[in-house]
Design a protein around this ligand. Structure first.
Ligand SMILES: [Zn+2]
Length: 66
């Protein structure tokens, strides 16, 4: 299985949308689980890292925009 490098401040475009309709999340903290904040509504959530990787479409390094 491929491991996706994820670092704090990276932005993630997800395959699964947040209930608010946004699909772009910013990474706050990375560990066994990852804390991300939705860029559309500002809500944060913690997701198991392995689960998160299945939903990531694209990782946008810090400073890069969609
Ligand atoms: Zn949202």
């Amino acid at each position: 299985m491929e491991i996706i490098p994820i670092r704090p401040d990276d932005r993630l475009q997800m395959k699964k949308r947040h209930p608010c309709g946004g699909d772009c999340f910013r990474v706050l903290r990375v560990g066994a689980s990852v804390r991300v904040v939705c860029e559309t509504c500002g809500r944060d959530m913690t997701i198991d890292r392995l689960k998160l990787e299945k939903f990531v479409r694209k990782v946008l390094p810090k400073g890069e925009s969609l």
